[in-house]
Design a protein around this ligand. Structure first.
Ligand SMILES: Nc1ncnc2c1ncn2[C@@H]1O[C@H](COP(=O)(O)OP(=O)(O)OP(=O)(O)O)[C@@H](O)[C@H]1O
Ligand SMILES: [Mg+2]
Length: 339
């Protein structure tokens, strides 16, 4: 099997929020790799640290949050060689971080209105990014924006370019945000639930578009979603997160056909798949119990109170370590520790 070159290595990443009520360990030792040109899916229930992981990579975690440990090694390709930069060591507002953010690593957020400015036209916002990162003239940038809007399937790009976000429909806003993210040809696009606000038809169009742009531009995508249908359709490798940790990682087919972590198995039974109607969704099983209170995490494996295969005296006492159960397939579960 061909192995693609590494693009980003996330190692033992810890990003905590320090609040009056206590410390939220939003990301607590996450580990995974993103390879050049691949699509990595990230799944897990609400609150398990997917968005905070994405923000940590871009170095935009807002106070009172802070990345306190670990490394994010970015293999940065320049003309003739590759440098390895640890993004956690770069000050968020440094020139180097700003040159990477938005241009080499771009993000499409869960909610488009949070990343589009209400007081600038769509065109001006995207042009600003292009002029900043590619040093083109105003006219050239405008031409590029119209091309990009056309590429993302925006209707009437010559007119839309001069409109404001509030004048656009949800699908058009999402397209504008994707156009902005892609305008500098990033080597990594982080897509955080990019289609949650959309109807199924528009969602399918956007997914198709992202796939074709990926082929054309050779970029990697880190795709965060609750929708396993989308994971199956879009990704090559998958990481499953629970309470700030990666609990299973493998090729997408392995995750679907040979999941090993009880949490992954439960997720597979509970998450809506593409093509299911809302009525089917209501009848789906949900995972027993609730995501724990982040201020009072259970001892041992954080999943043990909800786990079908919990081993008393073991799972409530020991911290599971990541084990490679077969090449390329890792599981953090005490069922496999010591084997
Ligand atoms: N700005 C913040 N201040 C305090 N806590 C935060 C902040 N942002 C995130 N958190 C906490 O960090 C944890 C992880 O949140 P995160 O947004 O990464 O979850 P998620 O996996 O993206 O969930 P969802 O699927 O709902 O988007 C949660 O407990 C959340 O409450
Ligand atoms: Mg999120």
């Amino acid at each position: 099997m061909e192995t693609k070159d590494l693009l980003v290595e996330v190692k033992n990443l810890k990003t905590y929020f320090y609040l009056d009520e206590g410390t939220v360990r939003a990301v607590d030792g996450a580990e995974f790799d993103i390879r050049r040109g691949e699509t990595l899916g990230v799944v897990g229930e609400s609150g398990c640290g997917k968005s905070v992981t994405a923000r940590s990579i871009l170095n935009i975690v807002a106070k009172p949050g802070k990345t306190i440990d670990g490394q994010i090694l970015y293999h940065r390709r320049t003309n003739d060689h590759t440098d390895i930069l640890d993004l956690t060591q770069l000050p968020p507002q440094s020139d180097q971080m700003r040159a990477i953010r938005g241009a080499e690593i771009a993000m499409v957020f869960q909610e488009p209105m949070t990343s589009l400015s209400p007081v600038h036209t769509i065109g001006n916002q995207i042009m600003e990014a292009i002029i900043l990162h590619q040093r083109t003239s105003q006219e050239e940038a405008r031409e590029l924006v119209i091309e990009m809007l056309d590429l993302v399937g925006m209707p009437l790009p010559e007119r839309t370019i001069d409109q404001y976000a509030h004048e656009l429909s949800g699908g058009m806003r999402q397209r504008a945000m994707i156009a902005m993210a892609l305008s500098c040809h990033p080597s990594l696009l982080i897509a955080d639930e990019p289609t949650t606000a959309l109807d199924v038809t528009t969602e399918a169009q956007i997914l198709k578009l992202m796939r074709s742009l990926q082929e054309e531009l050779g970029m990697a995508i880190m795709y965060i979603t609750h929708n396993l249908g989308v994971i199956a359709q879009m990704t090559e490798n998958v990481v499953v997160m629970y309470m700030g940790k990666v609990v299973e990682s493998a090729a997408v087919d392995t995750v679907f056909y040979n999941p090993q972590h009880p949490y992954t198995r439960a997720l597979l039974q509970s998450i809506p798949r593409l093509g299911q109607t809302t009525r089917d969704r209501k009848r789906l099983a949900s995972i027993r119990g609730m995501v724990p209170d982040p201020y009072a995490l259970p001892r041992g494996c954080h999943f043990h109170p909800r786990c079908d295969r919990m081993m008393p005296g073991i799972c409530d006492r020991q911290d599971p370590q990541m084990v490679e159960v077969e090449p390329g397939h890792k599981v953090r579960c005490l069922l496999y520790n010591g084997k």
